[in-house]
Unconditional design. Sequence first.
Length: 373
Amino acid sequence: MTETFQFKLTATDGKARRGEVSMPRGTIRTPAFMPVGTVGTVKAMYLDQVRDLGADIILGNTYHLMLRPGAERVARLGGLHELIRWKHPILTDSGGFQVMSLSGLRKLDEQGVTFKSHVDGALHHMSPERSIEIQGLLGSDIQMQLDECVALPASPKEIERAMEMSLRWAERCKVAFGDQPGKAMFGIVQGGDIPHLRVRSAQALAALDLKGYAIGGLAVGEPQEVMLDMIDTTIPHMPAEKPRYLMGVGTPDDMLKSVARGVDMFDCVMPTRSGRHGLAFTRRGRINLRNARHAEDMRPLDEESSCPAARDYSRAYLHHLVRANESLGGMLLTWNNLSYYQDLMAGIRKAIEEGRFADFMAQTQEEWARGDL
Ligand SMILES: CNc1nc2cc(C(=O)NN)ccc2[nH]1
């Protein structure tokens, strides 16, 4: 714990990095998976459980929180940490991605975005400055610049326009954020699936000397190999001494392959959202508990797991709960999935420390491929 924001690398194994982000509210062990707490809750979980699984930081979505309960209201209630009773770091995204994907986008220009709330249809305008102001009102520890995340496929001209505007917005966010020693504002590399635009974005952001950098605009429908190619293209132009956060990623396989390329931080709704839809992540791959084959399978998901949801409940019962659409089904599978994700990250961190990440990756992938015995 420090009064300032510090990132230190403690071990490397090839391009894989083990590190720590130290902030006043706590230390983030990297590579890190950040559970998504969209509207101030990691859905179907108590935050004590989320912490006990090993999460050092959770994510809040600015778009959702600004609409409900509202940024000023959260501030009046003591800030997000107080409201949701999470005393560790929180990273908030800028809202840009949700505005593009969830809201009724009305206008996007140099000033910012104007959109209709998906909650009550009210019109909102968000500028880079307002996004940083909202994240400050929420009490966010790591704030993300406002950027424009273009859905792929898109024309090179469109991707370049959005990337250049995102660079100008990054400068405005840096000014708006100012100097907050115990907090950080991260830039976001954009540029779609066009290598020279990715390089241009990374180099221009590096010149802003921000405290950390995200790779955005990926996992938006492109094949995994394209995503990995863009990571390979971008990372050499990102400052090695700063944290690298791959936004919205991903599956366990995505994360292994991205750690191998030098990524430090991840967030994804995959473990929580798919848990609510009946999907279990395990050491032997994915299991869809809706499938009738589980109806009388008395085995637990993983008898060796430390998580009660994986170890103490039969697949038959989980299948029943999922088929009956019972809340407990989503609760237990979310618990299992976040436990698996955090155990995977803990295994990755240990493997890098011990210089055996390549073997760990191969063994993990082999066990997934072996399937559910
Ligand atoms: C699930 N895929 C996915 N891609 C994302 C990209 C961004 C981004 O570029 N924000 N500026 C954010 C969230 C994402 N989630």
